[in-house]
Design a protein around this ligand. Structure first.
Ligand code: 3PG
Length: 407
């Protein structure tokens, strides 16, 4: 693939001192008969307790299939949600969803006897998925914990296939490479090789998503169109009251107070570059969409989308853009009434001549539901927060331990 440049002057996404050459790729290794500990990112939308099929699950199944075909014994570890969150569940449904593509047995254990026996009984070409690694406190510890010690002694090699979690210094990402021969998995290989060749200059950032702490890093010298929960947080940071949505934000954003304080100070510096919504789609008493101007807030309705006036303003910006980075959907795209804003933005990005980089698990789903052909976009990554950090020039700990950074 040739380098995608936008303006003639090269401004590659990767920071200097990075190289794929220093990484070992599992696609090149002989793993016949080896027990491979495979970190995937299966984190997906959960609707009323039901895990929804996702692009991450589909693409991860390809990696599992690949390793099984190479006669490895595959032990998958992954997470879903964050402890305390509504989408924090076991991985049982993920195993069923993966099994639609390639058979994967769920083991309701991670480092206990059940997991140990299941790993010992694996035959070449078989795969199991252990339970949510975020059930274990060890996942969040920097020490060498039982989690790392036990699984590294039961398995032969470690593979990180989760670029989208590689911005986290968590044990399942950074712990194992200290103890085991480690490789980049097929999906991670695809992401880093593609990103190394992308250049974003004078980029328009369309930032959304439920993790404002991630987005704040990109509030620098670029134009930003803020939407989704992030857009609402930017408005809250100015002191404007939204009403029912304020309660929703407090409940949903795990680091609400800190995010608001950080946003206030960052917007104080670069606020003039950040556009925020001027109207919103809300759900009325009958569950129907109603568009309400920002000046009419606070209201007793929760927000589910950006409104038509906001869409128009944002579409005009997209038309002028030289390159575009979009992260996260503009609203609650799972409900056809509220996919409107996201679909309008995606359609404009697809039509634009600007090179576009899109990222995030939810945005991948929204693209599917908007029925826009993927080839209309420059590059679509499975990563949300990790890609944000990467674009912001931060070193990702998960890539660091695989030898991605030379200095
Ligand atoms: C994501 O959805 O971006 C990844 O799965 C990482 O999830 P996290 O932000 O909860 O660490």
């Amino acid at each position: 693939m040739s380098t995608v440049t936008l303006t003639g002057s090269l401004n590659l996404l990767r920071s200097s001192g990075t190289s794929c050459e220093n990484m070992d790729f599992i696609t090149k290794a002989n793993i016949k008969g080896k027990i491979v500990l495979l970190r995937e990112d299966l984190n997906s939308d959960v609707n009323k307790g039901k895990v929804l099929m996702s692009e991450r699950i589909k693409q991860s199944s390809e990696s599992v299939k690949f390793l099984k075909k190479k006669s490895a014994k595959v032990v998958i570890i992954a997470h879903q949600g964050r402890p305390g969150g509504e989408d924090f569940t076991s991985m049982e449904q993920h195993a069923k969803l993966l099994s639609k593509f390639t058979k994967v047995n769920f083991i309701p254990d991670i480092i206990g006897e059940k997991a140990e026996i299941a790993i010992k009984n694996l035959k070449d070409g078989e795969a199991i998925l252990l339970d949510n690694v975020r059930n274990l406190k060890d996942e969040f510890s920097e020490e060498d914990t039982d989690f790392v010690k036990k699984l590294s002694s039961w398995c032969n090699v470690y593979v990180n296939d989760a670029f989208s979690v590689s911005h986290r210094s968590q044990a399942s990402i950074v712990g194992f490479p200290k103890h085991m021969k480690s490789y980049a998995g097929p999906l991670l290989e695809k992401e880093v090789k593609a990103l190394q060749k992308i250049s974003l200059k004078n980029c328009l950032y369309i930032l959304a998503g439920a993790k404002p702490a991630d987005d704040i890093n990109l509030l620098k010298k670029n134009k930003v169109l803020a939407c989704g929960l992030f857009g609402q947080m930017c408005i809250s940071a100015t002191g404007k009251k939204l009403g029912a949505q304020d309660e929703y934000l407090k409940k949903t954003i795990s680091d609400y107070d800190k995010s608001l304080t950080d946003l206030k100070s960052r917007l104080g510096e670069v606020g003039s570059l950040v556009k925020t919504p001027v109207d919103f789609g809300v759900k009325d008493e009958k569950g129907k969409r109603k568009d309400v101007a920002l000046e009419d807030f606070p209201v007793n309705y929760e927000i589910f989308d950006i409104g038509p006036k906001t869409q128009k303003i944002y579409l005009d910006e997209i038309k002028k853009a030289k390159s575009i980075y979009m992260k996260g959907p503009a609203g609650y795209y799972l409900d056809p009434q509220f996919i409107q804003g996201t679909k309008a933005l995606l359609t404009a990005v697809a039509k634009s001549k600007a090179f576009s980089l899109l990222g995030g698990g939810q945005l991948n789903e929204a693209i599917d539901r908007s029925k826009i052909p993927k080839k209309k976009f420059g590059y679509i990554s499975l990563s949300g927060g990790a890609l944000l950090d990467y674009v912001a020039g931060k070193r990702l700990p998960g890539l660091e331990v695989l030898g991605y950074y030379k200095d």
